[in-house]
Write a protein that binds this ligand. Sequence first.
Ligand SMILES: CC(C)(COP(=O)(O)OP(=O)(O)OC[C@H]1O[C@@H](n2cnc3c(N)ncnc32)[C@H](O)[C@@H]1OP(=O)(O)O)[C@@H](O)C(=O)NCCC(=O)NCCS
Length: 176
Amino acid sequence: MIFRNQVSLTKKTNSISKDELIKNYGLNSYEFTQKNKEEIFVCSKHKELDLIELDQLLQTVGWSRRPIRRVKRALDFSILVVGLWLHDEDFPRLVGFARCTGDGILEATVWDVAVNPVYQGKGLGKELMKYILKELKNIGIYKVTLFADAEVVSFYKRQGWILEPRGSKCAFWYAN
Ligand SMILES: CC(C)(COP(=O)(O)OP(=O)(O)OC[C@H]1O[C@@H](n2cnc3c(N)ncnc32)[C@H](O)[C@@H]1OP(=O)(O)O)[C@@H](O)C(=O)NCCC(=O)NCCS
């Protein structure tokens, strides 16, 4: 499990106005672009998610579907829910997602980190994680954990996450 305390965000090179950003994505949203690209992406913890669109996004990364009603409850009980949007004035498109659970004071756990495969490999996942950690830090949470699938461990390691030695600290219990 993981400790993390350094947060820095990539400088933006292309932008939408601050007013427009707040109007469309809410306070504390974070806008960024990729080098030499016209597309603008925005991480937002306030913009309301369409649960069908979220379901479709999570299907694109091959995850098994979960009942929408249960997903809604899970989001309601999460302490941080972040959408990563491909900006469009009229139809912003959800291309990434992550959420955190926790006590809201001391600790948090990151879940459901996903970027639409069409947009993978372009730095979006990294920006999404930076945003998550910055927002957690803003509310005073410095100890963050997550459970990574084996094939994405190095995605997190590259960003400074520390792997706990196998079998030394983690415990799992499954009801079935
Ligand atoms: C994992 C995931 C979120 C990464 O998003 P992404 O936008 O493709 O990642 P980025 O482009 O920001 O990559 C950041 C860095 O991680 C590396 N990376 C990206 N995906 C990786 C992977 N699956 N395995 C190892 N390294 C990876 C990139 O090469 C890049 O390295 P660099 O900083 O040296 O250039 C995305 O691949 C995804 O949604 N996968 C399916 C869902 C999933 O497995 N989620 C994680 C659940 S634990």
